[in-house]
Write a protein that binds this ligand. Structure first.
Ligand code: FE2
Ligand code: FE2
Ligand code: FE2
Length: 415
C-alpha cells in the first residue's frame, strides 16, 4: 500500500469542502498560496511543507461549529474554530507540527509579543493567515480584484500581518499565474512541477494510521451521537477480519477503511445527524449520499484502491438491497461484508438521538434477522456471534478511549 503523504492530504482535504459548497477549494487554494509566499520568502523545505499541510487543514475545527461555518463567519467566531483545529491536531504524531500554525491562523501580528508561543511558529501562522485572507477576499467577500486584494492586505501591514509577508505578496502579485491559479478550485497541481516539499517515499504504516485517525475524529466529533462511532467500527472490523484470517497487510487496510468509511458524512448537516426522530425522505436522501461522496475523495488518492472499495461499500447488502450500487454476490468482497457487519453492530450498541444503545442479546438477534433477509453476510454474522464477547470488549475499550478524547476536545472551550 504505497501512498504518498502529498497525495493523501491533498485528496482528503477535498472532504473538508463537502461541508459547504461556498468553500469549495478554499483549503487547497490557501495551501497553494502559502507555499507560493514561502518560496518568495525563501523559507526552508520543512517549513514550506508545514505550511502546505497547515493550509490544507486550517479550518478543520470549523466542522464542529457547523452553523457558524455555513455562514462563513470565520472571522467572527472568536477564532474558536482555530482553537478546535489545534486540539484536533496537537496529539496527532503526523500533524502535531502544524497544530500551532492552525491555532494562530487568525492571530494578528501585533499580538505576537504578548503571546507565549514559539516565534517561528507564529511567523508561519502569519503566512497562513495572509494566504487565508487573500482567498477569502478573492472568493467570498465581494469577489475583489487582485489590485483591491493587495491594497486591502497592504493596509493591514504591521497590524494584522508581518510587513515582510505583505511584501512577499506584493512580489507574487506580479506573477500572472498566481492570480489565475487562485481562481481554480484546485491549484495544487501547479505545485507538483517542483515536488520539493514532500519526499517521494510512501507514507509509513504509522503515518497512514495517524493521518486516517485525524480524519476519523474530524468525521466523528461533529455530533456527540457519532463521537466514537468510527473508532468502534474500525476496531470491530479489524478484529472480525482477524478472525476471518486476513493477513497483517489486509488488517491495516481494514483499519484505514474503518477509519474513513463515513468520510462522506462531512456533507451531512449536523441537524440531520442529531435529529431526534426518523428522517424525512429528503433527509434520508442526503444521508444516503455519503458512501458515494466518500468514494470520490478516497479514489483520488493513488494507493488507496482497496480501502476505497471496502469503505464505500459499507451500506451495500449481500442480497442486493443496499446502496448506492445495489451490489450483490461476487461484487461484494469479504472485506466489504465485514465492514458492513462491524458498522451495523457498532451502531446498534451506540446511543442514538432517538434511542439508547442495545444490549448483547437484542443486538445479536437483530444481526441474525438481518443475515436471514440478505441484509448482512450470514458467515460474517455467525463469526460475530461466535466471538461476540471478545469483539464487544474490544469495541467498548476503543469507544471509551474515543469518548475521553472527545471530552478533552471540547473541555473548557468558551461557548
Ligand atoms: Fe479560519
Ligand atoms: Fe480559511
Ligand atoms: Fe455509513
Amino acid at each position: 500500500m504505497a501512498v504518498r503523504l502529498f497525495d493523501f492530504l491533498t485528496g482528503l482535504s477535498g472532504a473538508l469542502d463537502l461541508i459547504s459548497p461556498e468553500v469549495v477549494g478554499h483549503h487547497k487554494r490557501v495551501a497553494y498560496a502559502a507555499v507560493r509566499l514561502a518560496r518568495v520568502l525563501d523559507l526552508p523545505r520543512d517549513e514550506r511543507t508545514d505550511l502546505y499541510v497547515a493550509g490544507l487543514m486550517h479550518d478543520v475545527g470549523g466542522f464542529s461549529l457547523q452553523s457558524r461555518l455555513a455562514a462563513l463567519q470565520f472571522e467572527t467566531d472568536g477564532a474558536k474554530h482555530a482553537e478546535l483545529g489545534y486540539r484536533l491536531l496537537r496529539g496527532n504524531p503526523l500533524l502535531q507540527n502544524v497544530a500551532l500554525l492552525v491555532r494562530h491562523h487568525h492571530t494578528s501580528y501585533a499580538q505576537f509579543e504578548r503571546l507565549n508561543a514559539p516565534p517561528r511558529k507564529l511567523y508561519l501562522a502569519n503566512v497562513l493567515c495572509l494566504a487565508d485572507r487573500v482567498d477569502a477576499l478573492l472568493s467570498r467577500e465581494g469577489e475583489r480584484s487582485p489590485d483591491q486584494v493587495l491594497s486591502r492586505i497592504r493596509s493591514l501591514a504591521g497590524y494584522k500581518f508581518a510587513p515582510d509577508i505583505v511584501d512577499a505578496l506584493a512580489e507574487l502579485a506580479g506573477a500572472e499565474r498566481f492570480w489565475a491559479d487562485m481562481a481554480l478550485s484546485d491549484p495544487t497541481g501547479a505545485l507538483t512541477d517542483s515536488p520539493d516539499m514532500f519526499d517521494e517515499r510512501a507514507m509509513s504504516r504509522g503515518q497512514l494510521m495517524a493521518a486516517s485517525q485525524a480524519f476519523s475524529q474530524i468525521i466523528d466529533f461533529r455530533s456527540r451521537f457519532t463521537a466514537t462511532h468510527t473508532r468502534g467500527v474500525a476496531e470491530t472490523a479489524v478484529r472480525l477480519a482477524q478472525r476471518a484470517g486476513f493477513n497483517a497487510h489486509e488488517l491495516d487496510q481494514m483499519r484505514l477503511a474503518g477509519n474513513l468509511h463515513d468520510l462522506g458524512k462531512l456533507a451531512v448537516p449536523s441537524e440531520i445527524l442529531d435529529k431526534p426522530g426518523p428522517l424525512t425522505a429528503e433527509e434520508l436522501g442526503v444521508m444516503r449520499r455519503h458512501p458515494e461522496l466518500g468514494r470520490a475523495i478516497l479514489a483520488s488518492v493513488p494507493g488507496l484502491e482497496q480501502v476505497t472499495d471496502w469503505a464505500s461499500q459499507h451500506h451495500e447488502q449481500p442480497g442486493g438491497q443496499g446502496y448506492p450500487c445495489k451490489l450483490s454476490g461476487q461484487a461484494l468482497s469479504l472485506g466489504s461484508r465485514i465492514l458492513t457487519v462491524a458498522d451495523v453492530f457498532t451502531a446498534l450498541r451506540e446511543d442514538r438521538p432517538y434511542r439508547a444503545g442495545m444490549g448483547s442479546e437484542e443486538t445479536l438477534r437483530i444481526l441474525d434477522n438481518m443475515a436471514s433477509t440478505g441484509a448482512l453476510d450470514p458467515q460474517v454474522t455467525s463469526l460475530m456471534r461466535e466471538h461476540h464477547a471478545e469483539l464487544n470488549e474490544g469495541r467498548q475499550i476503543a469507544q471509551t478511549l474515543a469518548a475521553e478524547e472527545f471530552r478533552e476536545f471540547y473541555s473548557s472551550l468558551e461557548q
